[in-house]
Ligand binder design. Structure first.
Ligand code: SAH
Ligand code: DHB
Ligand code: MG
Length: 221
């Protein structure tokens, strides 16, 4: 019922199961110092992304929405030494902070950061023949989630996972007549998924340090 309790339980979980990590903590500290918004995934969510990427044996990872590279670090660490992560970010300042954080984490050689509107970048990457991703994390602007999901399916190999953040939005997901473009984005995703035979998908609502929200997880058949 209360954010205070959700925070305390997340703290308990992170104390035991995530633990301290210099590169991840430095990434958050530098992001904050640079004035980036504090909207990265929670540590236990970052670890979930890493576990899922490892579970599918991900060699190529796509991320849409880099911010300061916090989730990027979690995901890049799931890769084998010759694996690659492609991450897309609109804001050049966010991308620069992410680049510094990835250098500090020793992961920069495995990561390509593309600056620009993700829909443009995705179309360009597709034209260049980029694809075969094993894992995609969609976490940019929420109004375009259904379009990002379409690209993610197109750019995925069979057996890939696609994870979408922030899909429950404090229950906004069930607000049928909302004029909020973010809520319309997550509702359009679910309407599309209801008819989509290319993937097996579900959504989990979550509470925690990031409030009441949720994740969609889709397996590409
Ligand atoms: N995945 C990050 C958080 C991302 S926050 C983490 O968990 O650590 C969302 C990011 O998406 C912001 O940095 C924002 O600038 C970026 N973004 C917003 N609109 C975008 C667009 N059209 N294309 C690419 N990135 C976008
Ligand atoms: C926001 C974006 C996110 O990706 C998130 O996890 C939380 C908040 C936002 O834009 O406010
Ligand atoms: Mg998010």
């Amino acid at each position: 019922m209360s954010q205070t309790l959700w925070n305390a339980v997340d703290e308990y979980i992170c104390d035991r199961l995530v633990g301290p990590d210099e590169a991840l903590e430095a990434a958050l500290a530098h992001s904050e110092a640079a004035g980036l918004p504090a909207i990265a995934v929670a540590p236990n969510q970052g670890k979930l992304l890493q576990i899922l990427a490892r579970a599918v044996g991900a060699r190529r990872i796509l991320e849409i929405g880099t911010l300061g590279g916090y989730s990027t670090i979690w995901l890049a660490r799931a890769l084998p030494a010759d694996g690659r992560l492609v991450t897309l970010e609109l804001d050049p300042k966010h991308a620069e902070v992410a680049r510094e954080n990835l250098v500090r984490a020793g992961l920069h050689p495995r990561v390509d950061i593309h600056v620009g509107a993700a829909l443009d970048t995705l179309a360009r990457l597709h034209k260049q023949g980029v694809g075969g991703f094993c894992f995609t994390f969609i976490d940019a602007d929420k109004a375009n989630i259904p379009e990002y999901f379409e690209w993610a399916v197109k750019l995925s190999r069979r057996g890939a996972l696609i994870v979408v953040d922030n899909v429950v939005r404090k229950g906004g997901l069930i607000a049928e007549h909302s004029s909020d473009p973010d809520i319309q984005g997550v509702r359009r995703l679910h309407d599309a998924l209801a008819r989509d035979t290319r993937v097996t998908a579900t959504t989990l609502q979550t509470v925690g340090s990031k409030g009441h929200d949720g994740l969609t997880i889709a397996l590409v058949n």
